[in-house]
Design a protein around this ligand. Structure first.
Ligand SMILES: Cc1cc2nc3c(=O)[nH]c(=O)nc-3n(C[C@H](O)[C@H](O)[C@H](O)COP(=O)(O)O)c2cc1C
Length: 201
């Protein structure tokens, strides 16, 4: 009886935790569509990412190496504090007040790109507001383009962050996103699965 109660208790604790954190690999969120058809080899690829500590940048670079896509770093005019806690304070203030930080530079030739990977760390359960600034920028028209989200995170809210990028690009097509806690994650299996790189590679 004691064992049964202990098992039930552990199930109650562990299940919600694992549902929250998930495994360290790619996943399908409900909001995403599951296009896996091979892409047109002439597609032009952009990898736009925001990264504060370098983890997301590493993933973005790996995607670029495998796809030949162009990297674009999303940077704010006012840099975030370099210390963790002050950074979390600014990030929360922006999120809570819907502040769209001004971005340093623009992708001049956005119209030329067919596929845009959009990546970021999870900040306060969602994407950093710089991603809002980028995706809601009046200078870009993402309609008809394929947007592919990716994110890095410490423990939680991967799904919500990938889904947010999808939600912010309602007129685009989407392919399954990728989220990881490990800067050395192999992105090749995911890129093959979603038809971006050849499965022979
Ligand atoms: C302001 C801030 C908020 C964060 N919020 C979360 C969070 O809600 N969930 C989580 O799992 N990780 C959170 N993290 C951890 C980052 O998502 C994680 O370390 C990420 O890989 C960092 O990527 P980067 O090195 O590209 O900045 C947060 C980090 C910072 C700085």
């Amino acid at each position: 009886m004691k064992n049964l109660l202990l098992t039930l208790f552990l199930m109650l604790i562990i299940f919600p935790m694992s549902a929250c954190t998930g495994d360290d690999d790619n996943l399908q969120t409900e909001e995403e569509q599951t296009e896996t058809d091979p892409i047109d080899p002439n597609s032009k690829i952009l990898i736009a990412y925001f990264s504060w500590g370098g983890t997301t940048q590493q993933i973005a670079e790996n995607i670029s190496t495998l796809t030949g896509g162009t990297l674009f770093r999303i940077e704010t005019v006012n840099p975030y504090p370099t210390e963790y806690t002050p950074c979390t304070v600014v990030a929360k203030e922006e999120r809570d007040n819907g502040i769209h930080p001004e971005l340093k530079s623009v992708v001049e030739n956005m119209a030329e790109y067919d596929i845009i990977f959009v990546g970021c760390p999870v900040w306060w359960h969602t994407a950093p507001m710089a991603i809002w600034s980028f995706l809601e920028s009046e200078g870009y028209d993402f309609s008809g383009k394929t947007i592919i989200p990716f994110c890095t995170y410490q423990a939680t809210y991967r799904d919500e962050t990938l889904a947010k990028i999808v939600e912010l690009t309602p007129n685009s097509k989407h392919r399954k996103g990728f989220g990881t806690t490990d800067r050395n994650s192999d992105v090749a299996p995911w890129l093959k699965e979603i038809g971006i790189i050849n499965s022979q590679k």
